[in-house]
Design a binder for this molecule. Structure first.
Ligand SMILES: Cc1cc2nc3c(=O)[nH]c(=O)nc-3n(C[C@H](O)[C@H](O)[C@H](O)COP(=O)(O)OP(=O)(O)OC[C@H]3O[C@@H](n4cnc5c(N)ncnc54)[C@H](O)[C@@H]3O)c2cc1C
Length: 425
């Protein structure tokens, strides 16, 4: 049964409808409200119940270098031979997936890598700075801290292989510090002595993502937004080539503007307009525990295993893996076990006293590692806010602000051009 805020009839009219109440839809709602617009959020499930729930909650300008880089195709082929590798592609006939892969492969060259890193760096820094203001203004306590992140390695070979990324961050003006030997444990005593190398990335931060989503939901409701949960949007209402609302299971809501922020599900809905959005679900897993006594104070990336470790006042999470297995909703025990094994290779106390949740989420992956944010030339009335991949929490604030500006008809900022959905034709 759909739920309405007022518990009454479903509305037939809105100023702006935001489809999807994940962290991106919620951030769009926040900035649209700030710009004086009225917002109805519609979600097929519950607000914050998609990828925005169990992710690692790191805010990472240090992730400016994109996944697609020279050498990645060979690395992927090596991973494909291991059942517990951080990357997995389920072999199957799926034209949209193969088209996406080809687009991604074409970007594994030095020029695209450097250009995309610069764009991502600018967006990530802007978003991190906006986030602090948003949290303060909305009064959200989600444990946001600017302690940086620590990318840690057991082997010199892994350190040397990661040095290229460090140089990219330096070129983008981000501070980064190499640590070796006992310096590593001096900065993070939770790490085993076998962890010999690290990059300290002080520009990063972290927060508890489920509390961010809950806090934002409370804040947008307090400013007058309505949330309709358990109500799937099925189609877009169109008149004379313009999107004028959405059709859901119980009828139609007409609107001045529609924002599609349905995460990894966005391409399924976009098909109704004949659009082939190049967004694939990139499945990731996490395991959440109560906080261990010797929990790391700084979020970690366990480099050789590609696992992220985040600690909050009230919890501790291991998360990772990138599986291209379509919309497969099973929890793979091999992947979950790999997270726990990885943590045991790096940490004195790799798990907390009680396990609270095993989880998966579908990241909305774009082939060029940039989100799709903005209006669509061929579909006036519709704005996209999707494709945030591994960085949806980090990029939520800047995305919300861009969408609100564009819906208001303000001249797009320089940040907007590279993420325009029209770049895919
Ligand atoms: C293991 C893991 C770790 C991660 N760690 C980090 C991290 O440390 N930092 C970071 O920045 N990012 C991280 N991410 C990425 C981040 O979680 C995502 O980029 C982000 O949550 C995407 O948010 P979203 O709002 O676009 O999508 P979602 O949160 O998935 O929300 C989409 C919403 O749309 C709704 N919906 C779908 N179809 C319809 C429909 N037809 N009608 C109405 N509603 C619909 C869904 O119910 C859902 O609530 C991680 C992801 C994973 C999986």
């Amino acid at each position: 049964m759909p739920e309405t805020d007022a518990g009454g009839a479903l509305p037939a009219q809105a100023d702006v409808v935001v489809v999807g109440a994940g962290i991106i839809g919620l951030a769009c709602a926040w900035y649209l409200l700030a710009a004086g617009r009225g917002v109805i959020l519609v979600d097929a499930g519950s607000a914050g119940g998609g990828a925005s729930h169990g992710n690692c909650g790191t805010i990472t300008p240090s992730h400016a270098p994109p996944l697609a880089e020279p050498g990645l195709p060979w690395q992927v082929l090596r991973w494909m031979t291991r059942a517990d590798a951080p990357f997995y592609l389920k072999p199957r006939w799926d034209p949209a997936l193969w088209r996406w892969l080809l687009m991604a492969l074409r970007r594994c060259n030095r020029d695209d890598f450097e250009r995309t890193a610069a764009i991502r760096g600018a967006l990530l820094l802007e978003s991190r700075d906006r986030l602090a203001g948003l949290l303060a203004e909305a009064g959200i306590d989600c444990g946001f801290e600017r302690r940086g992140t620590l990318c840690v390695m057991r082997t010199r070979a892994a350190f040397d292989a990661s040095a290229g990324h460090a140089r990219v961050l330096e070129r983008l003006g981000m501070p980064i510090e190499a640590l070796h030997g006992a310096q590593v444990q001096a900065v993070e005593p939770a790490l085993l002595d076998e962890v010999r190398h690290a990059w300290l990335q002080p520009q990063d931060g972290h927060l508890r993502p489920d509390r961010l989503a809950a806090g934002l939901l409370g804040a947008v409701r307090a400013r007058g937004a309505r949330l309709l949960e358990n109500l799937a949007v099925r189609d877009f209402a169109r008149e004379g080539g313009r999107v004028v609302g959405i059709d859901h299971d119980g009828g139609r809501i007409r609107a001045q503007a529609v924002v599609l922020a349905a995460g990894a599900w966005s391409p399924l809905l976009a098909r109704r307009l004949g659009l082939r959005l190049p967004v694939q679900p990139g499945k990731g897993y996490s395991v959440t525990f109560d906080r261990p006594a010797r929990a790391p104070a700084i979020p970690l990336v366990l480099e050789e295993r590609s696992v992220c470790v985040t600690t909050w006042a009230d919890g501790y999470r291991l998360g990772s893996t990138m599986e291209f297995s379509g919309y497969d909703a099973s929890l793979n025990p091999v992947r979950l076990a790999a997270l726990r094994r990885a943590a045991a290779e790096y940490l004195h106390e790799p798990e907390g006293p009680a396990m609270r949740e095993e989880w998966y989420g579908w990241r909305p992956m774009s082939p060029d590692d940039l989100p799709l944010v903005g209006p669509l030339r061929r579909h006036p009335g519709l704005w996209l806010a999707t494709g945030h991949g591994m960085l949806g929490v980090s990029l939520a604030a800047v995305t919300g602000a861009l969408v609100a500006d564009q819906v208001q008809g303000r001249a797009p900022a320089a940040l907007a051009a590279p993420v325009s959905p029209d770049r895919f034709g």
